[in-house]
Design a protein around this ligand. Structure first.
Ligand code: B1M
Length: 215
């Protein structure tokens, strides 16, 4: 195993064990030594969360362990953000993002927000468990060109259609593009609810936003 592979393995283990402090120390050290933030993210941190998902699914770990891993993951993302967002180019296009009502999952949404910021978009992040009224209120106030809706729960996904319906009711649907994403979401679902696009991951979300705005 190469040194990099062994470091990435350690990063994975720190996330899996929810060892926040050790993760922070190691990530800071590796960034200083020149390891790329995307290497740390895509080859270390994300595979660790995938592993946590499988363990959780088969009842080998439970909510408290998942929460500790999620905290480590979110803290790690904060350390990586300045490095992932370096290519800021001040596109001056506004995007509003949030996780749908009933859903507390925010790691993927945070990552999408970081990558969009990195691509130069101005982001208003509403957080998670966002009620439909808040989306509408903030759309009116902030006047974004795109709204990104995230959901990790099959049970919360219908809330995406509720947002689109409410946008129509409030006469703002034509002015704002709606992009949807999250593990259980698909292109088919996006088409069914009348969204303007679906992105499988954070990189695709950036490409899709740029394509939609023709930039
Ligand atoms: Co929960 N959880 N969870 N969980 N959790 C899942 C999602 C689950 C798949 C686990 C499983 O069973 N294998 C399952 C959902 C099943 C389903 O409905 N399909 C599940 C469940 C059931 C639950 C609870 C109901 C458990 C319970 O209480 N019995 C509960 C629900 C609470 C609630 O939300 N109301 C619950 C709770 C939690 C924690 C709070 C403990 C924690 C979340 C902490 C947090 O987010 N701050 C948690 C976690 C961490 C997970 C897993 C393990 C990891 C999710 C994650 O962060 N992945 C997850 C299992 C899994 O996904 N393998 C699971 C890493 C992240 C980088 O990927 O979020 O997929 P992801 O984001 C990607 C893409 O999806 C996409 O880009 C991102 C980056 O590439 N994307 C977008 C996401 N949003 C986008 C928006 C876009 C575009 C792309 O806009 C355009």
């Amino acid at each position: 195993m190469t040194t990099d592979e062994s470091v990435l393995r350690q990063i994975q283990n720190f996330i899996i064990n929810g060892d926040n402090e050790s993760l922070n120390k190691l990530v800071r050290k590796q960034l200083k030594k020149g390891m790329s933030a995307s290497n740390i993210l895509y080859d270390g941190m994300i595979p660790a969360m995938d592993h946590i998902g499988t363990e959780f699914k088969f009842n080998r770990i439970f909510i408290p362990e998942v929460l500790l891993s999620a905290r480590a993951m979110n803290d790690g993302l904060i350390l990586l953000e300045p490095h992932l967002s370096q290519r800021r180019s001040a596109l001056r296009h506004r995007i509003l993002i949030g996780t749908i009502h009933g859903d507390m999952h925010d790691i993927g949404k945070n990552l999408v927000a970081i990558m969009l910021k990195g691509a130069g978009f101005e982001i208003l992040d509403l957080g998670f468990n966002v009620p439909v009224e808040t989306y509408i209120e903030k759309m009116r106030e902030y006047q974004p060109e795109i709204v990104c809706l995230s959901s990790l729960l099959t049970t919360a996904m219908p809330g995406m259609k509720t947002v689109i319906d409410e946008m129509e009711q409030n006469g703002i649907r034509q002015k704002i593009k709606v992009l949807v994403g999250g593990a259980p979401v698909s292109q088919r679902f996006a088409d069914n609810i009348g969204a303007d696009g679906y992105a499988d991951d954070a990189i695709q979300a950036v490409d899709l936003a740029k394509n939609l705005l023709k930039i």
